[in-house]
Design a protein around this ligand. Sequence first.
Ligand code: AKB
Length: 314
Amino acid sequence: MSTKVLIIGACGQIGTELTAKLRATYGRENVIASDIRKMDSTVVTEGIFEVVNALDYNQIENLIEKYEITDVYLMAALLSATAEKNPAFAWDLNMNSLFHVLNLAKAGKIKKIFWPSSIAVFGPTTPRDNTPQYTIMEPSTVYGISKQSGERWCEYYNKQYGVDVRSIRYPGLISWTTPPGGGTTDYAVDIYYKALSDKKYTCFLSENTALPMMYMDDAIKATISIMQAPAENIKVRSSYNLSAISFTPKEIAESIKKHIPEFAIDYAPDFRQAIADSWPASIDDSVARKDWGWQHDFDMERMTSVMLENLAKK
Ligand code: AKB
């Protein structure tokens, strides 16, 4: 049976680029993009697009039957900063959308699920440097609590019902095509826009706040390769640590100054500082590297060159 993909949340920061790559991989007619509303983006104009509410089980089931979907990528979620402002809705969206696709797989209607977790599953009691795959996890944000609970349910559905669900803990993701929305790591995207437009940026995190980050091309590569790996290689059915680079606002500003010498940064930490302080500074992803051959391509300097070059053309 050939692969037929449904992406839920296709118009977001990850969904947009994931949809393009999946269409290039499996063929445009085999990848159905969906989101809560039609947005002005290439995922809408360059292939099949359906409006779907990730909280509506019947709508998702109908799409799966209509297009004979085999694989679902569930990318709809409220991120860390937005979730703190609307805890009840964040819990509802992040958990119940996951239950819907897990239950559809349990009922035999789809074969494989990709569900993103996050470094937010870790908390203030987790070792901060080189955080291991298995460690203390006491998340202190609504988003982190939902991702940690989701991981437990993914593992449960795999062990109890044989559901083939695969997951990675994304770090902060940096890309130039679609802006992020509502995350604590979003400064690392905003800074490039402001460096080009204003030559200065006020960062909502303090200068020495190190966080794990990754260029989007690496994240998309990881997402597709974990889904294509043989099932027996996916030994972790909660979620895999994934790492590429780790930097502070001061360090990313220095890398931008190599291209824009007059660029200036100052700091005005807000409520997102406490969220960042509860997360790891760097991640040990040796288990993903061993189990399914993960490796990253982009370091900070390469990422800065690509970001500035492409945003300047926009
Ligand atoms: C966020 O900042 O909320 C996200 C994440 C690390 O999951 N980018």
